[in-house]
Design a protein around this ligand. Sequence first.
Ligand code: THU
Length: 134
Amino acid sequence: MNDYFALIKAAVDVRRYSVAPYSSFSVGAALLTRDGKIYTGCNIESSSLGLTICAERVALFKALSEGERSFAAVAISTSTGEACPPCGACRQVLLELAGNIDVLSIYDDKKYTMLKLEKLLPKAFTNKFIKRDR
Ligand code: THU
């Protein structure tokens, strides 16, 4: 059994930096690399709403942009007392760019549910389906 204690704490702690004036729903995410580094992210909302970015993708893009390519798990923290799974867009981007990692949905700041990402996004579209048709 993996020890995700530090990852869970990082996801809970980063929630405080959430920029969510429109939804008032703060989300923290922490992404663990296979060599044990943690990258955090929070949701950041824009007045155009559609340009909002989820906590999970902030964490992932931070890690990728610093050269990380190998991941083990992502933890997601909200304050609403129930496990919050990643949205569809984040499932797609995480599966493509982080692989079939463990997804921990944290509630009450320490309890969590855990699933493999492929369980959350079965039969995903990936670049293996992209073939030139002309
Ligand atoms: N949000 C996330 O950060 N991650 C998710 O997986 C679901 C939704 C954010 C986006 C927006 O700022 C707020 O939660 C409400 O949708």
